[in-house]
Design a protein around this ligand. Structure first.
Ligand SMILES: O=S(=O)(CCO)c1ccc(-c2ccc(C3CCCC3)c([C@@H]3C[C@@H]3c3ccccn3)c2)cc1
Length: 240
């Protein structure tokens, strides 16, 4: 099949983001602060500014029982579920279906006073990754979202300020087979989730407001999304 113009960028970005997501917090350089904790979920951020704008990188690690990495990535990637779990979303459009595992989105997010409303144009790619550490261990799944230009949707022409984001959701399924050899149920699976994101707000927004928004919204987002996947999958066959 003919390669899509974005494919080389997508492939390079996915490999780079997954390599970073797999690194422990200690290996990710200094300056990470644990800013939220809820049971198994630990959320870190680093305070960073670009041209006076807050672009604090975020890294969250979470372990959720009863769901698999494939399921987590499926519900994160598919547009048809997004309004169910993404509370700051005002509008979402699929601009282009690049392939069955790669989409281009336009999203507008609810305005966060006093900042002006934001929008994002990004490609989103879902991929199963060989578990190169442990050959017979379960595979890993990832979704990478990365802002891109779209000639038919130039930045900052309307009322919305264009943000620039890079997001990586990396999922590692763990299976604890029952001792008595009975079939695997959801009690025997769990998923280690690593969520990394860098959001450049694209235009000035008060640092104190943005940091307060990040502190409030990110823990809420990950909790709400993982709870959503648990509820969507509990009565369905396990998707490995
Ligand atoms: O993981 S995703 O790819 C899922 C697809 O939707 C994604 C997550 C988050 C965003 C996002 C976009 C804008 C903003 C702000 C920046 C200035 C004013 C609006 C925020 C702020 C951080 C707060 C936030 C955090 C978490 C969830 C939603 N909101 C987040 C975009 C995409």
């Amino acid at each position: 099949a003919v390669q899509h113009r974005l494919w080389p960028e997508i492939d390079k970005m996915v490999k780079q983001q997954v390599a970073m997501a797999r690194m422990g917090i200690g290996e990710c350089g200094t300056g990470w602060q644990l800013f939220a904790e809820d049971g198994e979920m630990k959320m870190y951020r680093r305070e960073e500014e670009v041209d006076g704008m807050v672009v604090d990188p975020l890294k969250a690690v979470h372990v959720v029982k009863g769901i698999t990495g494939h399921e987590v990535c499926h519900y994160f990637f598919s547009p048809k579920y997004r309004y169910d779990w993404e509370t700051t979303l005002e509008h979402m459009t699929v601009l282009e279906t690049i392939s069955d595992d790669t989409l281009m989105f336009l999203q507008t997010h609810k305005r966060i006073w006093p900042a002006s409303q934001r929008e994002a144009v990004f490609w989103s790619h879902m991929r199963k990754l060989p578990n190169d550490q442990d050959r017979d261990g379960p595979d890993m799944w990832t979704v990478v979202n990365n802002s891109t230009e779209d000639p038919s949707h130039p930045a900052n022409v309307g009322k919305c300020v264009r943000i620039y984001l890079t997001v990586c959701l990396l999922c590692q399924t763990r299976v604890h087979p029952p001792k008595d050899g009975t079939p695997i149920t959801r009690d025997n699976v769990s998923c280690k989730i690593t969520y990394c994101s860098v959001v450049n707000p694209g235009g000035w927004a008060p640092a104190s407001v943005l940091r307060a928004v990040y502190k409030r919204e990110y823990p809420k987002f990950l909790k709400r999304f993982t709870t959503y996947v648990i509820n969507q999958t509990k009565s369905k066959p396990i998707m490995f």
